[in-house]
Design a protein. Structure first.
Length: 336
């Protein structure tokens, strides 16, 4: 019981000896021994084995020499240090042959890096943005961005453009109905080209044709950083094909009228409807919200005289509106 109470009264280690312990231990070393009662204020000295009973008289305590106490406690530490040094040498010897192999083939290192979480993803993109010296290619599916996102994008974009870096960005046609995007484009007019398409692939960023970023999950919580030349080259070709089909933001988009008078956006929706896509999927692919998508479907129902989803698909097929490919159609800032 005494030991348990002593520890409760002295919750410290031997490297933090209490004042009473220091005083009693010093007195014991000077006099060679002390009465047991003198050690009552510092029971920790018995716990740490700095005092032990006098073999000639149990009422007295003798101090353990500090050199002996120190050696007793240093020995296991030094033994552990030696063991860790031995283990580190074994690890070094084990990996040394592979270090030589790695040095001979550096291009394969980090060809694909998985980035988890928005903090790590944004940090990697920020590094690539800061290091860009020639060109940045971006694909940004979806509708118009919030003012906060556009403001941050403008700040980063200006820093890049001011270094002489060219930026080409692909958006979807729906951003043409978002005034903030036009303000963003005007502020970055020099050094930035923006084009739009009806439908895009997932988000993609390519820096100096050497590193690319693509999402690895639908919620974009995981991304891939790609540095393999073959993969980056393939993504650049995808971008260039989309770019050639896209329309500059400040030019109007024109569509050939369909036999049934369906708009270009509604024709795109009709194509996805007959392919079996649901409203949420259609809205996401065309960069619009679900309410707008359903409003277009309602207009097609009224135009084609449909009363159900199944009948609409049948009437779309009969109308022939999907037989001709859209060319171009709606002036910027107007409804589609």
């Amino acid at each position: 019981m005494a030991t348990s109470e002593s520890k409760a009264a002295h919750p410290h280690g031997i490297t933090e000896l209490c004042d009473a312990g220091q005083r009693v231990y010093a007195n014991a070393l000077r006099s060679g021994r002390i009465p047991r009662a003198d050690a009552d204020p510092a029971p920790c000295l018995m716990d740490f084995a700095l005092l032990h009973p006098d073999p000639d008289d149990v009422e007295w305590l003798r101090p353990v020499p500090p050199s002996a106490a120190l050696a007793q406690r240093l020995h296991p530490i030094e033994r552990e240090i030696q063991e860790r040094r031995r283990h580190s040498l074994e690890l070094t010897e084990s990996f040394e042959p592979f270090m030589d192999i790695s040095a001979q083939d550096p291009p394969t290192t980090h060809a694909i890096t998985v980035l988890e979480g928005s903090t790590r993803i944004n940090a990697a993109i920020d590094v690539a943005t800061a290091e860009a010296r020639h060109e940045v290619l971006t694909v940004q599916p979806g509708g118009g961005r919030s003012e906060d996102i556009l403001s941050k994008g403008l700040e980063r974009g200006k820093a890049v453009v001011d270094r002489g870096v060219q930026i080409r960005t692909l958006y979807q046609h729906t951003v043409r109905h978002h005034q903030g995007t036009f303000v963003y484009a005007e502020r970055l007019a020099e050094g930035v080209e923006i084009r739009t398409l009806e439908e895009l692939v997932e988000r993609m960023l390519i820096f100096d044709r050497t590193v690319a970023f693509i999402p690895a999950q639908d919620d974009r919580s995981v991304a891939l950083e790609l540095r393999h030349p073959g993969l980056v080259s393939y993504l650049i070709r995808v971008f260039e094909q989309l770019w050639q089909r896209a329309t500059p933001l400040l030019e109007e988009v024109l569509y050939d009228p369909t036999p049934a008078g369906i708009s270009g956006v509604q024709r795109s929706i009709a194509q996805l409807l007959v392919e079996g896509h649901v409203d949420d999927s259609i809205a996401r692919r065309l960069g619009m919200n679900v309410r707008t998508c359903r409003a277009h479907i309602a207009k097609m129902n009224a135009t084609l005289g449909s009363t159900s989803r199944a009948q609409l698909g049948y009437l779309i097929a009969r109308s022939g509106i999907l037989e001709s490919e859209p060319e171009h159609a709606v002036p910027p800032g107007t409804g589609a």
